[in-house]
Design a protein around this ligand. Structure first.
Ligand code: IPM
Ligand code: MG
Length: 297
């Protein structure tokens, strides 16, 4: 088959890890008789430097016309500690997720027997871990109404979700669970947040109606943060909101021992995007020390 792939290498180690993944794709072309056509586009800090925008229209057009998007990394320290920066590299990634309708981020976490010594955790706790984090990606506190009133000295970010946004990702979580060990854990903070209570209510009703055969349990996010390290093997599919999923997936990368081992797929309404969960690792850029496995996976 012939496929068009948008290539968004981005910042820091992004171009290095993409370069290695391209070698693997080249072998796949040869071995299986496929043809991949690559369409590079700027995104992130490099796009700000070149065009002033972290997500130029030309890049978005490339993505809209592609069969898949391969994404490297985003972020540059020159923006991180400047709270007044008007444009930020991260807006490129968030804008892309929103524009492409990538509402679900799938982050599989497995440990590899040959690498298990890299995990800081005891082998018996992590050997055999196989879980899937289903993170909502285009809603919640990342995209809700926000503001910073400098005169009065206050700022806010709103966590907003609608029932249909919760249902569409819940459906994916249950479908994946059916292919795996038939268990979904909804992670929230329903003891405190109204928004989490909406998630619990929606997911409970949705599951009862459509997936009675899948086991559904609930966990508060603070407890889940602990359980993920203490008893990671209890989890099959973790379903959660944008912010909780961001935090828990970095935490989960400790299980196999390196962030450089965790891939992710973002899927939704249009073309899907594939990216490592790690960031741009500026300290490691250009030193040929970045782990390319996450991007290859
Ligand atoms: C991730 C990253 C992004 C996020 C950043 C770079 C905006 O941490 O993909 O997990 O917070 O979603
Ligand atoms: Mg993250």
């Amino acid at each position: 088959m012939k496929k068009n792939i948008a290539l968004l290498a981005g910042d820091g180690i992004g171009p290095e890890v993409i370069e290695q993944a391209l070698k693997v794709l080249g072998s796949i072309e040869k071995r299986f008789g496929h043809t991949f056509e690559y369409h590079p586009g700027d995104v992130g800090a490099v796009a700000i430097d070149n065009t002033g925008s972290p997500l130029p229209q030309a890049t978005l057009d490339i993505c809209l016309a592609a069969d898949a998007i391969l994404f490297g990394a985003i972020g540059d320290p020159k923006y991180d500690n400047d709270p007044n920066a008007k444009v930020r590299p991260e807006q490129g990634l968030l804008g892309l997720r929103k524009a492409m309708g990538l509402f679900a981020n799938i982050r599989p976490v497995t440990t590899y027997p040959t690498l298990i010594h890299l995990s800081p955790l005891k082998e018996e706790k992590v050997a055999g871990v196989d879980l899937l984090i289903l993170r909502e990606l285009t809603g919640g506190i990342y995209f809700g109404e926000k503001g910073w009133n400098k005169e009065e000295g206050h700022a806010f970010d709103t966590c907003f979700y609608q029932v249909d946004e919760i249902e569409r990702i819940a459906k994916l979580a249950f479908d994946y669970a059916k292919l795996r060990r038939n268990k979904v854990t909804l992670v929230d903070k329903a003891n405190v947040l109204e928004n989490s209570r909406l998630w619990r209510d929606t997911v409970t009703k949705y599951a009862a109606k459509n997936y009675p055969e899948v086991e559904l349990d609930f966990m508060f996010v603070d407890n889940a943060a602990m359980q993920l390290i203490q008893y990671p093997k209890q989890f099959d599919v973790i379903l959660t909101s944008n912010m909780f999923g961001d935090i828990l997936s970095d935490e989960a990368s400790v299980l196999p021992g390196s962030m450089g081992l965790l891939p992710s797929a973002s899927i939704g309404l249009r073309t899907s995007m594939f990216e490592p969960i790690h960031g741009s690792f500026p300290q490691g850029t250009g030193k040929n020390i970045a782990n390319q496995m996450a991007t290859i996976l």
